[in-house]
Design a protein around this ligand. Sequence first.
Ligand SMILES: [Zn+2]
Length: 136
Amino acid sequence: MAEKLILTRKDWQRMRRHVSRRLPLEACGLLAGKNGRVVSTIGIHNEERSPVRFRMEPRAQWRAFQRMEAAGLELVGIYHSHPNGPDRPSPTDITEAMYPVAQIIWYRADGKWRGGGFRIEGRKVTEISLEFIQPE
Ligand SMILES: [Zn+2]
């Protein structure tokens, strides 16, 4: 599952705006879609309100899953930010990863936000590619 994630530049910019607005805290969210393709990005409140940790607010997360299911979509990815690095999943991310879906990690380099795609399964991290497509 999830060797690559397909998304639009608009999805990418929406995530970047979200993580940027939440500075200096970590921000997190879900990517709903189908067959590895993102259809919508859903920002979820980080209940930890921390610059180094995140935990999605459970009710908001539950509601997002309900909406996804109602729309015939599935979870294709999870994103969160590392305002102060690292540029890849942290040891905590690896230990706490619950879904074998694409993980987008947002980090800052030279004052700019960048994102990388990963998959965490069985405590093993693999990089995945991100394929940008034009919106329909
Ligand atoms: Zn993290």
